[in-house]
Design a protein. Sequence first.
Length: 210
Amino acid sequence: MKLILMGAPGAGKGTQAEILSELLGIPTISTGNILRAAVKEGTPVGLRAKALIEAGSLVPDEVIIGIVAERLAHKDCQNGYILDGVPRTLGQAASLEAAGIGIDKVIDLEVSDEAIEKRMTGRRTCADCSATFHVDFNPPRVEGICDHCGGRLTIRKDDMPETVRHRLQVYHAETEPLLNYYGERGLLAKVDGSRSLEETTEAIKAALEI
């Protein structure tokens, strides 16, 4: 099964991708991870990406898609894969199609901006051991102190309210148009991602008929 997981930042894509990867026995292809791996391994596309990054330039779509194509050629992707973080734009979606990268289903995790802001701005991360907590859903035993190592809990820059709002604006402007793109191709399934982790997983399984 060849899947794309979509949804705004904080919608739970990474968590659900891990669950589906284990359930289906297929790898999750995270753009950030494979970009770093390609640069480290010194693949042809990785070397090009490294030069762009070091020059302070954005990595263009054709390089991103090239790195994805390199990764999907590995043996562990023969029975399928889960794409997380790509495509982000209509241009990337068209490039995936042009590169012959097939997709069976696109799952969109729908969560309101208000709920995402609450999820992300409430996160607290230990400065020492990187353990994560949430002021509402998973609070530490002592406010501001890590349960595991006693380190100080901090708010990551990514979880600051203004950063979260900016990331949501970018998502709505650049990535949300993909819903129509895949909807018109009959590949899109929308899932309510605001429910519990288990309920969301069950809804995804129902959408995939597994």
